[in-house]
Design a protein around this ligand. Structure first.
Ligand code: AMP
Ligand code: FE
Ligand code: FE
Ligand code: ZN
Length: 286
């Protein structure tokens, strides 16, 4: 079983449509892929249609999910949520709040980029983002188009879009304790995404991770491209101490990042344990 529990479509900042993501997951030899767009479930329906339309012989399970933008003591962090009821009103309202504020903030970042001499526009960013939940990677793509930087990741520096960078503007983000409770109340399973991704900025201290565990966190995403071996070992130890499961996943973003689908995977026994905790939705199978 090859299980990848973190992937983005163009419903947020990935470049594959949900149907293309399903096809890419089959081609990558995955058995299970989770669709975890930032702050939105907009890709779920198309992914489900694509799974149901797979040809005979092709098999794939899609785990419907999302990746929630959170902040604690000024440190941004991402919370993966799996198999929650997308209709549960309190959690749906919180996702909508974050998603909507992404538009205000996207415009503000574009304005900052223009003040700093980059010839980018909101119309251009909207064209790049399409119907998707708009974010800094779309603006990074606009900066690449404008010839300001060479690659998307080159835009995530202090000069431009990195946390606290010259053109960074904060968006509304949820308190992670509140987010863990919202996910659980919607029958979902919360997992801390890339908790040791230092290249993205400050990370959350272990004390807060302990509080999240007490509030209902299920797992830490340990095997992730942004973690070196030492970080993985440390996080594995922490998960053991706190009674948390350990996942691995690619955080695939199509061509917007270099990581490949299935580059990191989750142990089947861990996947089963996560499924056993979910009551809000079922995996999508053919
Ligand atoms: P936003 O959700 O709009 O705040 O943008 C955050 C997203 O930007 C993350 O989900 C990543 O996809 C991307 N990102 C953050 N840091 C980096 C980085 N250093 N290099 C490339 N992409 C990044
Ligand atoms: Fe992203
Ligand atoms: Fe993330
Ligand atoms: Zn992600």
């Amino acid at each position: 079983m090859r299980i990848d529990l973190h992937a983005h479509s163009n419903a947020s900042d990935g470049t594959d449509s949900p149907a293309e993501l399903v096809a890419a997951a089959v081609a990558a030899g995955l058995d299970v892929v989770a669709l975890t767009d930032h702050d939105t479930v907009a890709g779920h329906a198309e992914a489900a249609r694509a799974v149901h339309a797979l040809p005979d012989g092709a098999r794939l399970t899609v785990v419907p999910g999302a990746e929630l933008s959170c902040v604690v003591d000024g440190v941004s962090m991402h919370l993966l949520a799996y198999l929650f009821d997308p209709e549960e009103p309190r959690f749906a309202a919180e996702r909508e709040l974050v998603r909507t504020d992404r538009f205000r903030r996207g415009r503000a970042i574009v304005e900052r980029c223009r003040e700093l001499g980059a010839d980018v526009s909101w119309e251009q960013v909207q064209r790049i983002a399409g119907a998707g939940s708009v974010g800094r990677p779309h603006i990074a793509s606009a900066l690449v188009e404008a010839g300001v930087v060479a690659t998307v990741s080159d835009a995530f520096t202090a000069e431009w879009l990195a946390n606290g960078g010259r053109a960074d503007v904060r968006k509304h983000e949820t308190d992670p304790i509140e987010a863990v409770r919202l996910v659980r109340a919607a029958g979902g399973v919360p997992v801390f995404a890339h908790p040791g991704a230092v290249k993205r900025g400050r990370t959350v201290p272990d004390g807060v991770i302990a509080e999240l565990a007490a509030a209902g966190l299920a797992a830490l995403e340990v095997d992730h491209t942004d973690h070196d071996e030492e970080t993985r070992a440390r996080l594995r130890g922490l998960a053991g101490e706190l009674g948390l499961l350990v996942t691995g996943s690619s955080d695939y973003h199509g061509t917007r990042k270099t990581v490949r689908l299935g580059e990191h995977t989750t142990d089947p026994a861990v996947y089963e344990a996560l499924l056993a905790q979910a009551t809000g939705a079922k995996p999508i199978e053919r």
